[in-house]
Design a protein around this ligand. Sequence first.
Ligand code: AMP
Ligand code: GLY
Length: 424
Amino acid sequence: MKILVVGSGGREHALVWKLRQSPKVTKIYCAPGNAGTALEAENLNIPSDDIHRLVKFAREEKIDLTVVGPEAPLVAGLCDELRRHGLAVFGPSAAAARLEGSKVFTKKLLRKANIPTAAFSVFNRMPEAMQYLDECEEQAMVVKADGLAAGKGVFVCANLTEARAAVRSILQDRAFGEAGSQIVIEECLEGQEASILAIVDGDTIVPLDVAQDHKRAYDNDKGPNTGGMGAYCPAPVITSAIMDDIVRRVLIPTIHTMKVEGCPFSGVLYAGIMLTSQGPKVLEYNVRFGDPEAQPVLMRLKTDLAHVLMLAATGRLAELESLEWDPRPAVCVVMASEGYPGEYTKGQVINGIEAANQVPGAKVFHAGTTLKYGEVVNAGGRVLGVTALGETLSDAKQAAYAAVNKISWQGGWFRTDISDKAQP
Ligand code: AMP
Ligand code: GLY
């Protein structure tokens, strides 16, 4: 089986690493990949948003399965184009990817299907949005740009003044261009967050073990939002009773409604869930593996991933017996460039990756790395996802940080408290 993985982050390195363990897989390409995928697959010089060249390559090389990592090519219709040419692909159609590509689409679907989520209103003009805020009581509010905004389109506002500023920045100043032609203003929810990922083939839903991300830049959930500074799996905060509730009240009605609406969902459905005092509520959907959640989740998965993704891509997920998991927890610590999540420095030589990979149970997944004169240098904001298994969560944390401490480059930094929220 020849596989093409699309993307260049830590998630894609973890996908390549896991897919390579399948006895069915003979060759893996990664477009465009990073310095880590270069060691375990053949990197292609094709950007992940170049649909034309990706489809051409998959056709010419007779790729058996394409696995799409990031959201942008999904929302832009890469899977539709591949399917149009009779090629198997793991990922949703553009119509189904609206679950991530349009917050207005998602909120309306949630409301229609009576799925628990924050109360909300939609606006596309300044005067109405401002009048709505004028009529609200003083409170925390969340303002969201409708479309894809590279993780920056959500403003959690402590008060109405901040909410007005967010509305202005999206609707008036067009900080996110067309992605901000509509906004959602919603109630601010409180509680612990969890990432619920499920593999779906349009009908059958196979939930993965739950992970928890750490979105804020600094320890104790302080500082600006990031793409995610670390994750661990499983997350004990989601008990099996809560998980059953989420499957029944969130995942099943979502997949059912998508089918009824004529845009069946296949791929990874990632529900960002807030555990509120009134029960689990949907914060948002993503339509792909989480990054960095994929790293600890895939490290624990024992079932052949190529087999699972092929079944999902071909509508045969019902044939899957069940997933097998390593009982040991996994912790992933993200190492980032100086300045991230703002402007960051690049091109520094990274030392110690091999030594880190020698730490028992540890694996270094590359994200924003590239090769320069044969050396690995940082090339993105999130640079490495250092992941480790351990007998207990604290063993896994210890192993991950033992590996992190072998690695250094100028300005490289990381949070020191990944997974602490699991054991307060
Ligand atoms: P993003 O992943 O960039 O869409 O950002 C979503 C993040 O914003 C979530 O992980 C939450 O931390 C936060 N968020 C989104 N909606 C709400 C809400 N209604 N109440 C509180 N926090 C929210
Ligand atoms: N870690 C959050 C995300 O993948 O969107």
